[in-house]
Design a protein around this ligand. Structure first.
Ligand code: ZN
Length: 286
């Protein structure tokens, strides 16, 4: 099932995207289904089963072209990210293959949706792209074994871990450089994990239609089950938490000459089975 957060007639709510590019308003179709995707995930298996039944029921939908898609989880409780998690990317940045996942937080106010602008902030012109597979937690997870980890993953979506390279290097924590407003596009929809296997998906990033990153999630040093086990050993993962799993080689800062995003550019990330996440790049409004 493809789950979306959409705005239509001034109201933002959870929907299921079905055959024929129609969006079914889940709460309108069945009032027992929560109105937001975060609450739907918090509702666990029962709420998800109701959503599935509605998605397969042939209920009336709204044309995808008549709605505005938002970030599937507009304000997750946690947005975690993993650095240097593709062998080729670790090599291109001249770093050793990490022994443990390099975990950092993306400040949740940076989350934005498909089609929304990525701002070039006033304080930097070193804004870079990072196409990534994201997974979303569907069940409260603590001390989860690797073998059971996928039971805790609600689904997958595309993310762009936009990075301000000069600010990223201000401090080892990377928190500022990875968390600028608008620098966490996710979407366009959440594909439930019963429909997609995240372990070997083709991932590509294009800037202005020029291919910049081209890899597969099979190249991940720490795969999704490793990450769920590792992260849940440190803290509780909650429904709706988003994890950016890392980016393959081909980022702008590692190119010679270096390349950064500028107003007028468009970044498009495609992951097999997960659709396309496209965002224009603009000057930050005054
Ligand atoms: Zn990243």
């Amino acid at each position: 099932m493809k789950l979306v957060t959409f705005t239509h007639n001034g109201s933002t709510r959870a929907g299921a995207l079905v055959e024929g590019d129609l969006v079914i308003d889940l709460h309108a179709a069945d009032a027992s289904i929560p109105a937001t995707l975060l609450e739907l995930l918090q509702g666990g298996h029962d709420a998800m089963q109701c959503a599935k039944d509605i998605a397969q029921s042939g209920a009336d939908g709204i044309a995808l072209t008549d709605v505005v898609l938002e970030a599937p989880i507009p304000r997750p409780g946690k947005a975690l990210a993993i650095g240097l998690n593709y062998r080729d990317h670790a090599e291109e940045t001249g770093q050793e293959i990490p022994k443990h996942p390099i975990v950092f937080s993306k400040v949740t106010t940076c989350i934005t949706g498909p089609g929304k602008p990525i701002h070039i902030p006033r304080v930097s012109s070193m804004v870079d792209w990072e196409g990534e597979l994201c997974f979303v937690i569907g069940r409260t997870a603590r001390y989860v074994e690797r073998e059971d980890a996928l039971d805790y993953v609600a689904g997958y979506m595309i993310g762009n871990d936009v990075s301000v390279r000069d600010w990223q290097s201000h401090a080892a924590t990377w928190t500022t450089g990875k968390g600028f407003d608008t620098h966490g596009p996710i979407g366009p929809w959440l594909v439930t994990s019963d429909e997609v296997d995240g372990s070997d998906l083709h991932i590509q990033t294009f800037v202005n239609d020029v291919l910049k990153q081209d890899s597969t999630t099979a190249q991940l040093i720490f795969g999704v089950p490793d990450l769920v086990a590792y992260l849940s050993s440190a803290f509780t993962l909650e429904p709706g938490d988003v994890v950016f799993t890392g980016t393959p080689s081909g980022v702008g800062v590692a190119r010679r000459p270096r390349e950064f995003l500028k107003p007028g550019d468009t970044v498009r990330i495609e992951i097999e089975g997960l659709g396309t996440l496209e965002n224009p790049v603009t000057e930050e409004p005054v």
